[in-house]
Design a protein around this ligand. Sequence first.
Ligand SMILES: [Zn+2]
Length: 671
Amino acid sequence: MATGPSFFNLRSASSAKTQKKTSSAVSPRPLSIGLPQVHRVMQPIHEQEKVEKTSEPFVTTNVIVPSTKIDTAPLVLDSELDNSMERALRIEGVSESHIRILRKRQALTNEPITEIMRSSEYGFLPPEGVARVLATVTNLTYFSPSQIDSVRVSEIVEVLNHHGIAMPAKFEGVLPVDVMTDNGLNTLVLAINEPSKTLAGSRLFNGLPQVYKIASERTLSTMYRRYYSNSDADVMKLFDQLSNVKVEEEEAQSLLRRFVLSLMRHACYAGASDISFSPSATKSGGDVRLKIDGVGQLFTFLPSEVWARVITHLVTTCGAQDKLQQGPVDRRFEFAEADQEEFGEIAQRYGFRVILMQRHESDNTLVTIVMRILDQQADTAELSTLGFDPETLKYIRDCKDRATGLFLVTGPTGSGKTTTLYATLNEIDPISRWVQSIENPIEYSRGLWMQFQTRQNAARNDSNSTSDEAKGAHDLLKGLLRAAPDVILFGEIRKGDIAEQLVDAGNTGHLVFSTLHNNDAALAISRLRSFDLDMSAIASLLLGILAQRLIRTLCTCAVDDYRVDTLTVLGNLAFLDEGRTGKPIKPKKAMGCVNCHGTGFRGRRMVYELLRVTPRVRELIESGASPSQIAKEGIPEDRTLVGNALRLVADGVTSIDEVKKLGPLKEASYS
Ligand SMILES: [Zn+2]
């Protein structure tokens, strides 16, 4: 290697770069955590005087404020920081070899370790793990996602108002999570996702002493959306301005653009997966709806004048005006240069796929538009937090450790299949085993995976596009198998030839993960049979089939459910008595409050069933047994999709009405 031994000389490599930035001869910092010019003191400088005068006791932990005197007061000795970072990484279970890899990469690039550990880079730690490491190293308290619900927002806002501090208009990565009061003196507790955000914190909340906690990026954005964002009010303000007929044409254009973008921003903040614009049949305007947690909600009605302009704007922005007569148009939304200032945050983070449709060929006044929102920076969940019972979790983990085989996840669109697959594959060491993914679209980016997309932005104007896509996937897979992957993630099996290729891949020493669009685990076997494949090859390769759905979880406003139906269904379930010693069966039903916008539900979680491919199940698959026979053998009777969901009802996590959507409840009550 041309670089020779110095390639491994971490300290010289990083110190060369460090010294370029700071002229003072500070020692190199091999494990930088991206600390800005920040150091730790007992309390903010502007408060020191006050405290000394009154001699009041003051919170003395975890307070950091920016300082311009970095050279005279370094945060900690570099070697100390170095050691504490390594210790923190070890506590989180990062292996020695991975720590060495992190050090090498950092020596070459001087990036903060936490950046390199992000899942879009090396992904050695899940996001909450990164936050915990950062908290340990900076000596700040970690703020976990479970604390989000207990944030007393109205109290915080009251204190802010009292001190004449306005909440920032934009999300800047720092949020108040608590107010501590000691002898009438308020201290603001702020959550940040990286130490450099203390600079923004002291600027935005100037006037109050501050204490910082470290939270993950996801925790922060969840809190922002839930507690502090006024994005819906922003949209309506622009709507009012837009409705004002007196505005000049040029200004109206700019207002229109900002209205649409602020609507998109609100949808992102509200956690929506889709925005739909549907015209009213009477042509009096149209409705804007959002889909949140899989359920549609009306956002607003737009009267005809504004409606027509919004639709025309979207159609022209997407360049679809001449294409609509021929059928639905599928486009990616592009942000204009001019919008980067105001909407840069969503432009960088989210992708918008726009599907435009005309109701009749000849009538271009009735156009429906659906925007699908893709959070490109979303960090996938950890496998252990998805809600699997310990046995199922162990089974899935054993599958991902196998050298060869086929593991399938089934469920309808939007059932969280990708999340499960990513969470599973995230547990595979991407350094020692090469992971290759073929998806459309790529939902989450992973730095060490070889990720490929099949036919991006395919316009669906020709009737052959679906088969083109399948052919594209087929060719891509054929080529990529030569790139020596160990583990393959293939988005979705839709055609027999793809299934055949994947079976071949499995038989030639690859571990394959994929999804099927199916309702339950056993039906996936019928689907594979319909592809006309060699079922004995499938049977010998198959490791397991997971079927899953997302169901809504009850808001804290839920009330006890005493309905006879509910109690009868739960009363018939013998398995509810086992393993729940002392835990009462407490079913609840939805009510509705301000927090859940009257829906009675907040958030969703996964329910699942796992078909374990045992030798007996293998025999049944090969011999052409019926799906129900296979299910009976491969899925423990208390662990069916509905059975697992009813456990959640017994625990008051979801309502029986949610579970009824999954299928007939009698399936679960084995007698
Ligand atoms: Zn509620």
